[in-house]
Design a protein around this ligand. Structure first.
Ligand SMILES: [Zn+2]
Length: 553
């Protein structure tokens, strides 16, 4: 730290370009002040937020109440101002909790036979209609990946009317090495299950059954099962909004039985789906379902605080920091433990958010633009709290400079690198590069682009609405550890703890790497809060039209 600070001063005394010098001055200020970011405080937040008494921070539970009160109280202690409804730290998010009852039945009927699937073991899912029960009997049609992407000249529907039908499909997208075709190895939004359900609903489908395979989903069926075998917090349906009577998944084995009824195999269907010539395949059978559903009105909340900017001309604009506070709550027990603590996912991100607010508040000279800190709800249910925020922003989106999101950190020490997937698509990229250079961090290429992480956390809701946005994730090259350590802990977490009750706090965790991430975010945030003009997306980016539509700051 001292070493970096000394060199920052030396840099400014030389005749550097004025704007670089500004960056350096801010960097020096940032480093001088972020003594406020302490690993021990990060630890205390993570330990409390992921403790059993918070019951896994499920949306609309006692755990929500405790977690959001804690975060609001911390904001208040720090001195950040309330930015929620009616002078509070809370933005109300009206939701409907939908729980499929275990008595749900789903069967495929055709060719003189009926194949029944077992709730949880074979299928999971939920009705989007937000009513007490759903019964249907509808024709099943296989639609490949269920994608209509004119810009890639890809259409799985080929004009076939799927209204009232149950669409059977695979998640993910056609495999490609060409970055111009569905992002190459990287996943685009078309590959996400959320897109599949949205597209099917737009086309008036009755339901969707995604056939799970570990490669197409990016995680095992146990993750699907634990994420879906419980209450689904949905944003309240607007009048006339299309919705599915059943949005579900079938395990690969169950999918094999379903396809087997039409003498087809999973492998064969997947390879058919990967062809541009693919046309919907009627399966010659019906899906008969009875989905009893428990409905509960939930008033969930985002926790929002702000620290006003110092420049009267720019304080109406803001840099926003986001992290989701929710996790999966109490769910199916694994090895006798039913509390899904969500320590890594995402008590860690909330801890960083709180310490960023503290560091910002400690600045003697506040940046010109306002800083907004939003701990958002219902990320695990499909980024719903951040989606609600993007529809009801505290600072107009056109005046929102940048969203920096924090989601999921492994507290195993400092790294030599950092990951900022998506930052390169924005005009904030030089600021990000400069911050990395100052902190002697290598910017790492995304290590698992095929998992589509860009579309799997809350910055995506802001990006979708046009705001330049990305997550800051830690790197994988740890100081003092073997080269493969980072990849090993990633695999270990993904296989054994991701969305499982075992994502728990441990006393031997080392929070120095999270300090590093927070410093990095602070440096980018303060620089953008002071710079001339607001960042935007590069020409040709999928999010630029939304940025331009949001109007003039
Ligand atoms: Zn998660």
């Amino acid at each position: 730290m001292d070493k970096i600070r000394t060199r920052l001063k030396a840099g400014c005394s030389q005749e550097w370009l004025p704007h670089i010098c500004l960056v350096l001055t801010i960097a020096a200020v940032a480093f001088a002040q972020t003594g406020e970011i302490s690993g021990e405080r990060l630890r205390a937040h993570v330990k409390f937020l992921s403790s059993d008494s918070l019951e896994g921070r499920g949306v609309g539970t006692r755990g929500e109440k405790l977690a959001t009160e804690y975060i609001a109280t911390q904001f208040e202690l720090i001195g950040a101002k309330p930015a929620g409804d009616r002078g509070t730290y809370f933005q109300r998010v009206p939701m409907v909790g939908v729980t499929t009852q275990p008595s749900a039945t789903l069967a495929a009927v055709g060719a003189g036979q009926t194949v029944a699937f077992k709730w949880l073991d074979d299928f999971v899912g939920v009705s989007e209609l937000q009513q007490a029960a759903d019964q249907f009997d509808a024709e099943a049609v296989f639609v490949g990946h269920g994608i209509a992407a004119p810009e890639f000249h890809w259409d799985d529907f080929k004009g076939v009317d799927v209204k009232g039908k149950v669409l059977v499909l695979f998640t993910n997208e056609p495999p490609s090495e060409d970055p111009k075709f569905f992002g190459g190895r990287a996943l685009t939004y078309y590959g996400r299950w959320t897109y599949k359900y949205e597209e099917a609903a737009r086309r008036g489908a009755k339901g969707v059954l995604i056939i799970h395979t570990t490669p197409t989903a990016g995680y095992g069926y146990d993750v699907v099962r634990s994420s879906w075998g419980k209450e689904d917090p949905q944003l309240k349906l607007a009048a006339g909004q299309p919705a599915l009577a059943f949005a579900g998944w079938l395990s690969e084995a169950a999918g094999a039985r379903l396809f087997g009824m039409s003498s087809k195999k999973v492998e064969e269907m997947l390879s058919a789906a990967n062809s541009r010539d693919f046309r919907p395949i009627p399966l010659g059978l019906h899906i008969r379902a009875n989905i009893p559903t428990r409905i509960r009105q939930i008033e969930s909340r985002n926790v929002v605080a702000m620290i006003p900017g110092s420049d009267p001309a720019l304080e109406s604009q803001a840099v926003i920091f986001t992290a989701h506070w929710d996790h999966l709550g109490i769910g199916p027990a694994v090895k006798g433990d039913s509390i899904y603590n969500g320590a890594v996912d995402n008590a860690t991100g909330c801890a960083i958010l709180l310490e960023l607010a503290r560091a910002w508040q400690a600045l003697e000279h506040k940046p010109k633009r306002t800083a907004l800190f939003a701990a958002v709800t219902a990320e695990e249910a499909g980024l719903r709290g951040s989606e609600y925020y993007a529809e009801h922003p505290v600072i107009p989106l056109a005046k929102t400079a940048l969203d920096l999101n924090f989601d999921g950190f492994y507290p195993f020490g400092r790294t030599k690198d950092i990951s900022v997937t998506g930052a390169e698509r924005t005009t904030a990229w030089p600021v990000v590069q400069e911050a990395a250079r100052r902190m002697e961090l290598k910017i790492q290429a995304e290590s698992h682009p095929e998992q589509g992480h860009y579309y799997r956390s809350d910055h995506f809701s802001l990006a979708h609405a046009g705001v330049p946005a990305f997550s800051i994730n830690q790197g994988t090259e740890y100081y003092g550890k073997p080269a493969d350590f980072g990849e090993k802990i990633f695999q270990d977490y993904n296989d054994k703890h991701y969305h499982q009750p075992s994502d728990e706090y441990h006393d031997d965790w080392d929070f120095s790497g999270m300090e590093q991430v927070a410093h990095f975010g602070f440096l980018i945030g303060t620089t953008v809060a002071n710079q001339d003009g607001l960042p935007t997306w590069h020409a040709g980016d999928e999010f630029l039209p939304a940025r331009e539509k949001s109007g003039k700051p």
